[in-house]
Design a protein around this ligand. Structure first.
Ligand code: TXA
Ligand code: MG
Length: 324
């Protein structure tokens, strides 16, 4: 039996299968099976009232899950799917409460990774999948990240992990709410407000402090266990000197080259543009987290619109970092 056939069989039996998407790895369950969906919450340690995204094989599945679908939903689907955009729509009555957290809405997305699409097409249904990490932690961008964090096979909640290599985008999808009068971005992603605005003919609202309930919008999220600081370029070097003076190991993520050579400095260069930065950010945070640095410092990116999603994740990672 091939990997995809085995994964489909496991999903049909109500087991969890982790799979790659272009954004991050997802922890998948049959979205129409509440007992299977319950296993996701157990595996992640995630509160039950946090809704899950349902992944679909194609836009033609949209009306099985959503009702009263506005034209703009089809316009966005046509422009971005398969791709890193999740649409929040009114749900069909048959969508399990376990998926929606009891809300009248459902999040839907067609992912772009070839293995994800192959799996969804073979499964011929919706696969509920949050990011395949423990609740609040950094999302996984490789199969090994998932294995390290949740395990695989006997004794673990995860029956199987499909390995599709490193994720291309690297941070979670943009979430856009289409259920109200106004179109609103609930979680920024690499599909930007400008990208959506071009398709919609007007800019969507962007997140404010009191955005609706999206677990990724809790102040602390996407976080490493090591204390994390975001510092302006000219301050990074002071943090390094301070760590040296205290004889501590420090992890640095910055576009510039390391100006000093010392074995206590774990310096990782990252791209100076958003796509490359997003691609590597989570893997680098995980790597440095695993090296038991006293502190991780990320050089603060620019505050412009094209960096919005990255700055959003970095701020939440700082807020949640250092929790053991
Ligand atoms: O890129 C992604 O979106 C990844 C990949 C695996 O597709 N998935 C992901 O799932 O990030 P998760 O569960 O870690 O984050 C999904 C977010 C959650 O914050 C959840 O609260 C929100 O989507 N969400 C899901 N359904 C919703 C709904 N009906 N209304 C508002 N927010 C919703
Ligand atoms: Mg998540």
């Amino acid at each position: 039996m091939g990997d995809i056939e085995r994964a489909v069989a496991l999903l049909r039996q109500g087991e969890l299968v982790a799979f790659p998407t272009e954004t991050v790895y997802g922890l998948g369950a049959d979205a129409s099976n509440p007992a299977a969906v319950a296993k996701i919450f157990a595996a992640k340690g995630r509160p039950q009232d946090h809704p899950l995204i349902v992944h679909l094989p194609g836009v033609e599945h949209l009306d099985r899950w959503a009702r009263e679908i506005p034209e703009k939903a089809y316009a966005l689907a046509e422009a971005f799917w398969p791709g890193p955009l999740t649409l929040i729509l009114k749900r069909q009555p048959n969508v399990p409460d376990a998926i929606t957290g009891g809300q009248d809405t459902v999040g839907l997305r067609v992912p772009k990774h070839p293995l994800a699409l192959e799996l969804l097409k073979a499964f011929e249904g919706g696969i509920a999948a949050p990011s395949a990490n423990r609740f609040g932690h950094v999302s996984p961008t490789t199969a090994q990240h998932v294995r390290d964090e949740l395990g695989e096979g006997g004794g673990s909640h995860v029956a199987m992990i499909l390995d599709g290599g490193p994720c291309q985008v690297g941070i979670e999808s943009t979430i856009v709410d289409l259920t109200g009068e106004r179109t609103a971005i609930l979680r920024p992603g690499m599909a930007s407000a400008f990208d959506l605005g071009r398709v919609l003919g007007r800019m969507p609202d962007t997140p404010t402090g009191d955005a609706p309930r999206v677990s990724g919008s809790l102040a602390a999220h996407y976080a490493p266990r090591t204390p994390l600081a975001l510092l302006q370029p000219d301050v990074v070097i002071f943090a390094v000197r301070e760590a040296m003076a205290a004889n501590q190991r420090i992890g640095i993520i910055a576009p510039m080259a390391c100006p000093l050579s010392d074995e206590r400095i774990v310096w990782r260069r990252i791209a100076g543009e958003p796509a490359g930065f997003a691609h590597d950010l989570y893997a680098l945070l995980r790597e440095l987290d695993g090296l038991h640095c006293a502190r991780i410092v990320v050089q603060k990116p620019p505050q412009s619109e094209s960096w919005r999603a990255i700055n959003d994740r970095l701020q939440r990672a700082v807020a949640g970092s250092g929790a053991g």
